[in-house]
Design a protein. Sequence first.
Length: 326
Amino acid sequence: MPLGKRIDPEEIKQMARAMEEQAARPGTPQPEADSSPAYTLFQEEKPRYSFADIIMNRDTYEAIQDVLALYEKRQLLFDEWGLGQTHRKQNCAGINLYGPSGTGKSMAAHAIANQLGRMILTVDYSKIESKYVGETAKNLVAMFDYAKESGAVIFFDEADALLSRRVTNMSNSTDVSVNQTRSTLLVLINEYNDLILYATNFVTNYDPAFIRRILSHVKFELPDEENRRRLWSMYIPKTLPTDADIPGLAAKYGGITGADISNAVLNASLRAARKEETTVAHAYFEEAVERIIRSKTDNADLGTMTSKRVVSEEYVKSQFGGGLPE
């Protein structure tokens, strides 16, 4: 299906028939019989966080609240202000939360569902994906049906796993299956008349067709100094015996996430407990966060590491038919 093509709901029926035909071909692995309904793979849950539990930059919070006005101010927007006549296809929302790992995207998804008074249905890709031809697409259909029945907010965590670009040069049955899954998901999203949440660390991996079907893209930035101070204060318990200089830690160490700060507090406490000390020294927090920063730097460098090997002139000649290249 070319990018930009308008999706007709009838296409999903055609794709379903094509998948069934392919699954019926000799040699195609068939799933074992299962009498339980497919939607038993999914289970909604009560949101675990509210916005009171999350420290995020103000612009990020305001962008989320703007989209939630679509649900909280629906009558004003679509009836009194007339947007129901001009934006008929935009009376439901998709919110894509993107940014570095550890910046609170998944927590924010729970907080959104909490604010709306809804349950949340987190899509587990390991349960959706199947080795059997056509089964992944069928599981997606079942999941959307379950969300409609339960009234839960759909949340695609690590959404790039399902929303990645379609294969343009298909060479095997796996490529065909991937494209069928992506196309089915596009139809389901296009026809779904409710809120869908997405979270990813790799928004550039999204297929452009999915990008166009999401109303709002909210970027999660690394915390600024003020928010780092609040995060250090939140993660260091008031009962923890420590001489930690929280404003100093916030000012000295930038480029870290709330998850990094949480880990640094725990690691510093572990060091003091192991040494049977009565106070968690400020220096332990600095050592812990510096180890985290080093690990991030080393991990980033892995993608750009190169190796060198000195070779003789004879070796070079052997690679070019006995002579040196001009």
